[in-house]
Design a protein around this ligand. Structure first.
Ligand SMILES: C[S@@+](CC[C@H](N)C(=O)[O-])C[C@H]1O[C@@H](n2cnc3c(N)ncnc32)[C@H](O)[C@@H]1O
Ligand code: SF4
Length: 406
């Protein structure tokens, strides 16, 4: 969730949604995202809406500090119930992301989940994930999360190579990763590892070291994203000053292919261009819900939501967020109602990246006319009524999408 907010029409102070958006709520999958906007240190490449203790300063507003944040998030969960009224939703997935959710005491994270259970109800097979930095967990904390209903933890491993971690400003000792994974397993949690490739100074051999180290941990799930140099970050400034080189396209493609080979050999199959799992049961259902246009409510400062074709986003700063909730006002800042064309374009962008592919009837006439060339170029195959990226197509997914939307 990058931190820049889009423009939109003002959102109502009570958080209410158009009746049309609420139609069918509860019949579609429903996810809850809880943004926890705190980090011990800001990584130079990260543009997410997160704050170190120093950046926040002395907490003048209850709810804007780590110590009081959970209560503010719980207040927004209560507001969801108010907006949905009597409608019966069943939360299928909960995802605590950040920032670093595990900087808060496990009890706080459990209390937010408990409020969702109480106010909204959780599906019997609910998936509950928290993101975590490897140096922000303990065996006891992970066991408490499991006991409180969490089912999954996603560790920001990024790399196993010290000089790469240093360029990324990551604070954890790489030796901590296998231990943290072991603690999570002992607690009974599924484990996902996040990796980044293409960091300036990372060789192909470094990337292979990281892949091997990740696979030695036997994760259920791996996400591997190329490093994005986001405007306004310390990393972008270093690249502009010539201190660090930009990642190169060819290097990124080689590293993606290497990742796919190693992951596949270890029994992890891709189900989205940047995500691999050991099977269907270990796919991240929460992310799948984003990628398939389901309903989700994003709780927390700067969090984005989507329900029935209405998209909205909250005020960005934790103090503004907490102040609004304390005054009984929705933290939603602005919203937009997606047109059928917006929704179609979004489906092409997201569903083509899935292994299950994009239904051909989502393409418009020009898009369908572009398909034979894409097939001839070996980038996609038509599987029944769906268009699916080939291995080569996965390397060039953005270009394929551009052509299908041209
Ligand atoms: C925002 S973090 C939150 C979780 C946790 N704090 C961590 O760093 O693992 C979620 C994931 O986004 C990744 N991420 C953030 N900025 C990125 C960027 N510019 N390029 C690629 N991945 C990025 C992080 O490395 C991390 O794996
Ligand atoms: S720890 Fe995670 S959320 Fe925090 S600054 Fe680093 S990448 Fe961003």
């Amino acid at each position: 969730m990058p931190s820049t907010l889009p423009d939109g029409e003002p959102a109502p102070a009570d958080g209410s949604l158009p009746v049309s958006a609420l139609e069918g709520v509860g019949e579609r999958p429903f996810g809850l995202y809880v943004h926890v906007p705190f980090c011990a240190v800001r990584c130079g490449y990260c543009d997410f809406n997160t704050y170190t203790a120093e950046e926040l300063g002395p907490a003048s507003v209850p709810g804007a500090s780590r110590a009081t944040y959970a209560a503010a998030a719980v207040a927004e969960v209560r507001l969801i119930r108010g907006v949905l009224g009597e409608r019966d939703v069943r939360v299928d997935t909960v995802f605590l992301g950040g920032g670093t959710p595990t900087l808060l005491p496990p009890e706080d994270l459990v209390s937010v989940l408990a409020s969702a259970r109480e106010e909204l109800g959780l599906a019997p097979d609910v998936e509950v994930t928290t993101e975590a930095n490897p140096d922000s967990v303990t065996p006891e904390g992970l066991a408490r999360l499991r006991e409180g209903g969490f089912t999954r933890v996603s560790f920001g491993m990024q790399s196993q190579v010290r000089h790469v971690l240093a360029v990324l400003d990551r604070t954890h000792d790489p030796e901590r990763v296998p231990r943290a994974v072991e603690w999570a397993r002992e607690a009974g949690l599924q484990v996902s590892l996040d990796l980044i490739y293409g960091t300036p100074g990372e060789s192909v051999a470094d990337w292979e070291t990281s892949l091997r180290a990740a696979l030695d941990c036997a994760p259920d799930h791996v996400s591997a994203y190329s490093l994005i140099v986001e405007d306004g970050t310390a990393l972008a400034r270093r690249v502009r000053r010539g201190e660090l080189p930009m990642p190169e396209e060819d290097d990124l493609a080689d590293k993606y292919e290497l990742a796919d080979q190693h992951l596949r050999a270890a029994g992890l199959e891709w189900y989205e261009v940047s995500n691999w799992s050991t099977g269907e049961a270990t796919r991240c259902r929460h992310n799948l819900l984003y990628w398939t246009g389901a309903d989700w409510w994003g709780v927390g400062p700067g969090a984005h939501s989507h329900v029935g074709g209405v998209r909205w986003w909250n005020v960005k700063h934790p103090a503004a967020y907490a102040e609004r909730l304390a005054a009984g006002v929705s933290p939603a800042l602005a919203r937009e109602v997606l047109s059928p064309e917006d929704r179609r374009v979004e489906r092409v962008l997201l569903e083509l990246r899935l292994r299950d592919g994009l239904p051909l009837d989502v393409l418009d006439e020009a898009g369908r006319a572009a398909v034979p060339d894409q097939v001839a170029a070996g980038l996609v195959v038509a599987a029944g009524d769906r268009l699916v990226l080939t291995d080569r197509g996965r390397l060039l997914a953005d270009g394929v999408v551009r052509d299908l939307l041209a």
